[in-house]
Write a protein that binds this ligand. Structure first.
Ligand code: BV8
Length: 228
């Protein structure tokens, strides 16, 4: 069986990672367009670097929750029959043991050099302009996909959706494209579609089935039903 799982901020909520839209459109007290757009970075790089430095540092204080662990167990059962596509930039899937993960919106623990485009693992701060490990330029930015930028590995994701028997969306509001359109693509290729979310998302009507509740509770239950 080929399963594609899309995850969003809701799967990390119970680990203590704040979601984007649960506090009235403000995100860590910033407007998204001020901190998650190239224009915002151009306008005020220090604020954006500080915003991502704080989120990168906060990863040390959070741990995977039962939903992340359930997906890692599902990968043990399905092997390359499971692909996790995450919109999240945290490393909680990997810390729970998932190996087959695509970070379509990048990762907090990587830095991207605006001069040579090399991506380097990065655990510290980027404020203050440290040198790029590859080209030495002081041109490092967070390796995350901002609004208006092209998500990573779209070809690989689209071919996985085309071959999926089952598409499951976990903890996402269905507000941001192209991720929010994956359910329609999967369904058009004949996949069954299931939404696991705290409450109906913007795209709920596209799904064959939905289970609502906290990811830490409903995801382990769904995995147990699937692989027994
Ligand atoms: C692109 C990385 C072209 C940074 C992020 C007009 C109409 C349609 C589209 C557009 C438009 N104008 C512009 C666009 C395109 C734009 C877009 O979609 N804008 C939206 C706002 C309208 N998209 C882009 O620009 C993308 N690029 O389109 O390029 C292209 C496309 C295809 C191919 C080639 C070229 C790039 C978008 C990426 C932006 N970067 N993040 C960072 O993280 O710092 S977006 C960010 O918000 C996240 O990554 C995530 O993707 C997104 C949505 O957040 P969610 O994960 O869904 O979280 P949210 O808070 O919204 O919801 C949480 C959900 O969990 C809720 O439903 C809640 O109920 C639930 N929940 C809460 N607690 C729990 C829970 N569920 C279970 N258990 C719980 N405990």
């Amino acid at each position: 069986m080929k399963v594609v799982v899309l995850t969003g901020a809701g799967i990390s909520a119970e680990s203590g990672v704040s979601t984007f839209r649960d506090n009235g459109g403000l995100w860590e007290d910033h407007r998204i367009e001020d901190v998650a757009t190239p224009e915002g970075f151009e306008r005020d790089p220090e604020t954006v670097q500080r915003f991502y430095d704080a989120r990168r540092a906060a990863l040390a204080d959070v741990v995977p929750n039962p939903a992340h662990h359930a997906l890692a167990e599902l990968e043990l059962a399905l092997g390359d029959g499971l692909l996790v596509v995450t919109q999240n930039v945290d490393d909680l899937h990997e810390r729970a043991g998932s190996k087959r993960v695509i970070h379509m919106h990048g990762e907090l623990l990587q830095a991207l050099c605006a001069a040579c485009e090399t991506r380097s693992p990065w655990a510290g701060d980027l404020l203050g302009g440290p040198a790029c490990p590859a080209c030495d330029a002081a041109a490092l930015r967070p390796d995350v996909v901002w609004f208006g930028e092209i998500p990573y590995e779209m070809d690989r994701i689209q071919s996985a959706l085309a071959g999926a028997d089952l598409f499951v969306s976990i903890g996402t509001s269905g507000a941001v494209y192209p991720a929010a359109g994956f359910v329609q693509l999967a369904r058009a290729f004949g996949a069954r579609t299931l939404e696991l979310n705290l409450e109906p998302s913007d795209g709920s009507h596209f799904f064959h089935e939905a289970r609502h509740g906290r990811a830490g509770e409903i995801v382990p239950g769904w995995v147990a039903d699937l692989v027994g």
